[in-house]
Design a binder for this molecule. Structure first.
Ligand SMILES: NC(=O)c1ccc[n+]([C@@H]2O[C@H](COP(=O)([O-])OP(=O)(O)OC[C@H]3O[C@@H](n4cnc5c(N)ncnc54)[C@H](OP(=O)(O)O)[C@@H]3O)[C@@H](O)[C@H]2O)c1
Length: 237
């Protein structure tokens, strides 16, 4: 299946490094983008609000008449061993990275069923390769990835696509803004542009999963399964 983005109305939740770049690539493909975030964006929302998706749908429908896709590019990170990590930080990671995106999906899916649209979200390499020193972050991203994989099967018959993108470390500055702890030294990450372009190609190609290795090698998940190439990812986040 290939999805044309020209003329589509796509909401991007999260106005950080990856959200901004994904919005830019979507616009280059001819999509109309609705930006949404806590501090800026056309729609002000907090993904920790169970009803946040309603504002997104209402805005898209009122201003553009439809909603064809949602990209979830919001998230928070924290570093430190589990024993060092305050329980409030653990809760916050799950609320923002896993529970919030699922709440949002619940609210936007009726509109996406109508448009036979798509939902894409950024989990992260840690969903597949959980890291010591990032236990709660890894667990929150693995929870999101599991939710997206199951949701994809739940809504496939309705013509709605669900895509999980698992980037390795990307140079957006996320690691310098943790809820707690300090980032370990990391090798140079990918550019936000590289990740954003891959996210959009995955949406256009109705890909279920973009792995970190797929992002580093340019392979699709099916290519990797066919060739058996699934090396351990080098970069973490
Ligand atoms: N950069 C990487 O290395 C990397 C690797 C793998 C996965 N990811 C994932 O990619 C996503 C985007 O990360 P990024 O690199 O673009 O980081 P970023 O530049 O820090 O952007 C994160 C965005 O999420 C927003 N956000 C945080 N909490 C929110 C909430 N409760 N409601 C709504 N928006 C909220 C932030 O808004 P505020 O400005 O209001 O805080 C910010 O705009 C995250 O889920 C991250 O885990 C990133």
């Amino acid at each position: 299946m290939s999805r044309r983005l020209a003329g589509a109305v796509v909401a991007v939740v999260g106005t950080g490094g990856l959200g901004r770049e994904i919005a830019a690539v979507l616009r280059e493909r001819g999509a109309t983008v609705v930006t949404a975030g806590r501090g800026d964006g056309e729609v002000r929302l907090d993904i920790r609000d169970p009803e946040a998706g309603d504002a997104l749908v209402a805005h898209a429908r009122t201003v553009h008449g439809r909603l064809d896709g949602v990209v979830v590019a919001s998230g928070v990170v924290a570093f430190g061993t589990l024993e060092e990590t305050d329980h409030v930080v653990v809760e916050e990671l799950f609320l923002t990275n896993a529970i919030g995106p699922l709440w949002l999906a619940q609210r936007v899916l009726p509109a996406l069923r109508e448009s036979r649209g798509f939902l894409a979200a950024l989990s992260g390499v840690v969903a597949a390769s959980p890291m010591p020193g990032m236990v709660a972050y890894s667990a929150s991203k693995a929870a999101l990835a599991a939710g997206l994989a199951a949701l994809r099967r739940e809504v496939r018959r309705a013509g709605v696509s669900v895509c999980d993108v698992q980037p390795p470390h990307t140079e957006t500055g996320l690691a310098t803004r943790p809820l707690a702890g300090t980032a370990p030294r990391m090798p140079e990450g990918l550019t936000p542009r590289t990740v954003a372009e891959r996210v959009v190609v995955a949406i256009e190609g109705d890909e279920a999963l973009v792995t970190a290795d797929g992002l580093l090698t340019g392979q699709t998940f099916s290519d990797q399964r066919i060739s058996g190439v699934t090396p351990a990812s080098r970069n973490r986040l």
